[in-house]
Write a protein that binds this ligand. Structure first.
Ligand code: FAD
Ligand code: NAI
Length: 466
């Protein structure tokens, strides 16, 4: 009889966990995956990446029809109306198809889905739905949840103070939505509801939006979102929110201190970050300690300090992104199988899926300067023939390279398809490209990607179309 029930037991079926489970099974390991939710796919497929992109896409189409973009192309529309129930239904349909797809892949790859919340008993066993299950290797892929704002109680059912999950499921367009936090969630979901007709105010503690992104990108983001009609209150903190029936009164004041004022809203979205899911896992039973940020630390192989226990995704340090979790899922399975699974954490692209999209990979200009001398090339989307033809004037591409070696250190894009463009930059950087390598690579015309080539040419001062 085998010593353990499974070779690998993954806790959590988000992009980290489900990918790890499938890869482990593909490598011939007997694998199970415990998931507490009723559907597979984790935050990303159920209440994150997928539903937010479904609403971003739908609301973008609505905005185009209502706000005159169609008119630019000579398309005359009649009265345009929003059927929010139908828009929400198409979102749920995408979610259902994709979560069902993971269930299919589990069956196909013979991954056992253990339905229920898993709690450690010891380093090689957990209890799921009252049953003890043992495994030689246990991968913690429990993801993250919303960081609460002290003194502010989220009630997604009431729909007045909501988190991202509530903001994805509203059954009405708010009159005035106040978003607390000008990060990725605030700007994506704020954009959705602004496009659908809400007045949107973003209250951000810092002096700029989108912390972690390049300084030029952050400045440009503020200009673009203001131009789109968002009210931005930068350098401002919320000190209290009082709910009175269907409305809320927020008290705000300058982050550095100063006079307080109030804002009335019928919907408040709290989007000030996310924190790892570790409560109730029973980590104390296996002696696994958390770092100061409540995360599980691992080595480069994603092994924790406890023999046979591994961790990946949002629950460990690094950007909380689905593709980072997925790559770690593949790597951890390969490491468990005795292969060499590696993730290059220096090159995890980040994308904000608004219109235009904001994307970046590698170092910001500020961080690159701290490390040594650099060269910077920039090219505006206004001078890119495809963006111009598509009436998409906003944005630029910026390439940052090492002054001595010309090796590309960072690429930042603001463009309608920046999320797609950044893949090319990431790949070039993985291969150790110089700006000259990108500049002398043939790019199809007319494409937005030519702006990356021209920005790379601009590093040495010779773009053609500027
Ligand atoms: P999760 O996806 O959080 O999955 C963890 C799973 O573990 C959950 O299903 C949970 O139920 C389960 N679980 C937890 N504890 C237990 C337990 N003890 N037993 C059993 N099951 C357990 N990232 C992007 O890259 N692109 C995007 O466009 C994007 N959009 C987002 C939009 C929103 C609104 C949000 C909230 C997030 C978004 N993200 C996006 C982030 C992305 O969703 C996460 O980075 C990603 O889901 C992390 O994957 P994970 O596998 O680590 O964890
Ligand atoms: P975030 O970290 O991106 O942004 C939070 C913002 O809130 C920051 O700008 C911060 O300065 C601000 N803030 C913090 N406390 C505040 C306060 N008291 N008052 C006002 N502002 C305050 O976090 P967000 O937007 O909640 O997203 C969580 C995670 O989900 C991110 O780490 C992101 O990686 C992931 N995500 C990724 C997406 C994508 O890849 N497109 C989309 C949505 C989420």
């Amino acid at each position: 009889m085998a010593e353990y029930d499974y070779d690998v037991l993954v806790i959590g079926a988000g992009p980290g966990g489900y990918v790890a489970a499938i890869r482990a099974a593909q490598l011939g390991l007997k694998t199970a995956c415990a998931e507490a939710r009723e559907t597979l796919g984790g935050t990303c497929l159920n209440v994150g990446c997928i539903p937010s992109k479904a609403l971003l896409h739908g609301s973008e189409k609505f905005d185009e029809a209502v706000n005159g973009t169609f008119d630019t192309y000579g398309i005359k529309t009649g009265k345009v109306e929003l059927d929010l129930t139908a828009m929400q239904a198409q979102k749920l349909d995408s979610v259902k198809q994709l979560t069902g797809g993971i269930e299919f892949l589990f069956k196909k790859n013979k991954v056992t889905w253990l339905k229920g919340y898993a709690q450690f008993e010891d380093a090689h066993s957990v209890t799921v739905a009252g049953q003890k299950v043992t495994a030689k290797n246990i991968v913690i892929a429990t993801g993250s949840n919303v960081t609460p704002l002290p003194g502010v109680t989220v009630d997604n059912d009431a729909g007045v103070i909501v988190d991202s999950t509530g903001a994805l499921a509203l059954d009405r367009v708010p009159n005035h939505m106040v978003v607390i936090g000008g990060g990725v969630i605030g700007l994506e979901l704020g954009s959705v509801w602004r496009r659908l007709g809400a007045k949107v105010t973003v209250v951000e503690f810092l002096d700029q939006l989108l912390p972690g992104m390049d300084g030029d990108v952050r400045k440009e983001a503020a200009k673009i979102f203001k131009k789109q009609g968002m009210d931005l209150k930068l350098g401002t903190k919320v000190t209290g929110v009082a709910v009175n029936g269907k409305t809320a009164t927020l008290t705000v004041e300058p982050s550095k201190g100063g006079e307080a004022s109030t804002i009335e809203a019928d919907c408040v979205l709290v989007a000030i970050g996310r924190r790892p899911n570790v409560d109730g896992l029973g980590l104390d039973k296996i002696g696994l300690e958390l770092n100061a940020r409540g995360q599980i630390e691992t080595d480069h192989d994603f092994a924790t300090k406890i023999d046979g226990v591994w961790a990946i995704g949002d629950v460990i340090p690094g950007p909380m992104l689905a593709h980072k979790a997925e790559d770690e899922g593949i790597a951890v399975a390969e490491n468990i199988a005795g292969l060499t699974g590696i993730v290059n954490h220096d090159l995890i692209p980040g994308v904000v899926y608004t219109m235009p999209e904001f994307a970046g990979v590698g170092l910001t200009e500020e961080a690159a300067k701290e490390n040594g001398e650099i060269k910077v090339g920039k090219f505006p989307m206004l001078a890119n023939s495809r963006a111009k033809t598509n009436h998409e004037p906003d944005g630029f591409v910026k390439v940052i390279s090492d002054a001595k070696t010309d090796r590309v250190l960072g690429v930042w894009c603001i463009a309608s398809v920046a999320g797609t463009m950044i893949a090319q930059a990431t790949q070039a950087m993985e291969f150790g490209a110089t700006s000259e390598d990108i500049a002398y690579t043939c790019h199809a015309h007319p494409t937005h990607s030519e702006a990356l080539k021209e920005a790379a040419m601009a590093v040495t001062g010779k773009p053609i179309h500027m």
